[in-house]
Design a protein around this ligand. Sequence first.
Ligand SMILES: [Zn+2]
Length: 289
Amino acid sequence: MFTVKNCSLAAAIMLAAPVFAAETDFDAVQITATPVAGKITMLQGNGGNIAVSLGDDGVLMVDDQFAPLSDKIKAAITKLGGSAPELLLNTHWHGDHSGGNENFADKATIIAHDNVRVRIADPANERVAAALPVITFANGLSIHFNGEEIKLIHLPHGHTDGDSAVWFTGSNVIHMGDEYVVGGFPFIDLNSGGSVEGLIDNHANILAQIPDNIRVIPGHGGLSTKAEMASWIEGVRTTAKIVTDQMIAGKTLAAIIEQGLPEQYASWGMGFINEAAYITAVYTSSANP
Ligand SMILES: [Zn+2]
């Protein structure tokens, strides 16, 4: 058993929404591998979804879940015919996506947005120096690896202020990190520079660029499509507007939570962000743009 710190715990503290059990039995976690398209396989265990590119140049990995799972993740890559990654990209700094960084750093060059390094370096987050990205970027970066251009696109002020989407242009796959979670309300990490408005703008930016038939790896949940992601962000836009309209009309946060959101979004509150926590995040985000 290990006690972990991740975005779920941060959410529980920030939003007073204790929706996360802070202890996970990592010994019991199994890593599953799902072929996505082209060179890309998705790994799932506990924490954010992982993308692995496997080819002649070696292994490039996107995100690495929690530190206690690193050996299991390496074993899963070996099973696919690869070895420890040469390149490791972090979609953002949260521990359920970057928690294993230090265990891959002896071989892998870690690459992420500037703000990922800033937050991992923050003493309050209690990370070791080996967990720090060694290559950082401000707006975007292209990596040419395993025969395709892999575009990292910074998504400012959405889930956090340091998120990137990773677009495998040849394999026709995009990893969205926690900018997109399947079947639930988004987690807007206000303490890490997140914003609901920003999240909506980021999706408009990405949806305008990617092909209709691309395969989408969300931060959490199963494989998805562009159409499903477009529908999800429309739901975010709709629910956020319901909250902000009431806020502008002078309703208190408590009254908006009491009123609630339309029944069709009830299932979105079953995940790690419940409805009250989401409404609180939208209200706070909109009140402090
Ligand atoms: Zn996250």
